[in-house]
Design a protein around this ligand. Structure first.
Ligand code: PLP
Length: 363
């Protein structure tokens, strides 16, 4: 199997799993219990909190664990209700919540970059309390100008939330330098386990729990899933230590793939800005080729990639991200995403290119 869909999820690294295992077997106590059996469990949670805080330049007390990035995003959005505006290319966990709450959308240009003039105008006219802008887009890899967004928000007394799920482990994040009020992370995108997310809440920023209970500094109820939290901590530590090498390896594989695709496919076009983009992501459209069909054909050859379409009410709908960038429905259905990692090899890229050529010739 050749896996080129690391933006969808990543495997747990062996060292991460190794660190988690004792918390399934030996240290299975409840972190909230007062007796000595639970001491190592409570300690493991605080160590993980420190490691995650370190990844984004936060204080440990500003980090708390949730069940997923979806929960983290929706906890913040729910707090502000309709008084939120968000970019029109958010991940579906934000996009759908904004629609439900009746919040506003900030347009992006044809390269997927948020329109800062419109952001400032909407802040002036709609007076939202929160702006939510994805740090790096999951489909195109486009990186938002988060420093500018944070400045505009700060100058207008508006809180700023960013979904940094795809950015984490691929680009450097420093919440204090940028001025972020709320930030979302997910472990399974950085070689940690699934089912565990993080919400960073800047000290002093307003907060209301979505799930009440005494755990997680009273911010997120429910007995802590300690093995998953430990896995998140270890994955964050590795992502922080290996950021430069991982990004460099990913970029060299992504660039090789991009060059080969543009060399061998007529009319292929890039979705998203070429420069302000994650080092591991490539989203292209191949004229007259339906990407869902191509995903299936590649899958039948053991190669896993992704299209941006979503399955809603048993119908396939084109990617709202590509439509927001001004792509037609036909073009949006042509969008195919390759996302590599530091584990991707040159051999895998060569095999993909050969298969792609054969498939396209046969169509
Ligand atoms: N935000 C972004 C940008 C994502 O790519 C994803 C996962 O696809 C999520 C949020 C949701 O993450 P989780 O699976 O932890 O809910």
């Amino acid at each position: 199997m050749i896996y080129l869909d690391y933006n969808a999820t990543t495997p747990i690294l062996p060292t991460v799993l190794e660190e988690m295992l004792p918390y399934f077997t030996e240290h299975w106590g409840n972190a909230s219990s007062p007796y000595s059996f639970s001491n190592p469990v409570a300690k493991a949670i605080s160590t993980s909190r420190e490691k995650v805080a370190n990844l984004i330049g936060a204080q440990p007390k500003e980090i708390f664990f949730t069940s997923s990035a979806t929960e983290s995003n929706q906890t913040i959005l729910n707090m502000y209700g309709p008084s939120v505006i968000a970019s029109s290319t958010e991940h579906s966990s934000t996009h759908e919540m904004i629609q439900k709450l009746g919040g506003g959308h900030i347009p992006v240009n044809t390269q997927g970059i948020i329109d800062l003039t419109s952001l400032a105008e909407q802040i002036a006219s709609k007076r939202p309390k929160l702006v939510s802008v994805i740090w790096a887009n999951n489909e195109t890899g486009v990186i938002s100008p988060v420093t500018d967004v944070a400045d505009i928000c700060a100058n207008n007394g508006v809180f700023f939330h960013t979904d940094a799920v795809q950015a984490a482990g691929k680009v450097a994040i420093d919440v204090k330098k940028i001025g972020v009020d709320y930030l979302t992370l997910s472990a399974h995108k950085i070689f940690g386990p699934k089912g565990i997310g993080v919400l960073y809440v800047k000290e002093g920023a307003p907060f209301e729990s979505l799930i009440m209970g005494p755990q997680e500094l009273k911010r997120r109820g429910g007995t802590e899933s300690v093995p998953l939290i430990v896995g998140f901590g270890k994955a964050a530590e590795l992502a922080h230590n290996d950021l430069a090498i991982r990004s460099c390896k990913s970029k060299s594989m992504r660039d090789k793939l991009e060059e080969a695709i543009f060399d061998c496919i007529d009319g292929v076009y890039l979705n998203g800005n070429k420069d302000d983009r994650l080092p591991n992501t490539l989203n292209v459209g191949i004229p007259d080729v339906d990407s869902d069909m191509l995903v299936q054909l590649l899958s039948s050859q053991g190669i896993m990639v992704s299209s941006g379409s979503a399955c809603k009410s048993q119908a396939i709908t084109p990617s709202h991200v590509l439509l927001a960038m001004g792509r037609s429905h036909k073009e949006a259905n042509e969008g195919i995403r390759f996302s590599v990692s530091h584990l991707t090899t040159e051999n895998e890229i060569n095999t993909l290119i050969s298969s792609l050529k054969l498939i396209l010739q046969s169509l």
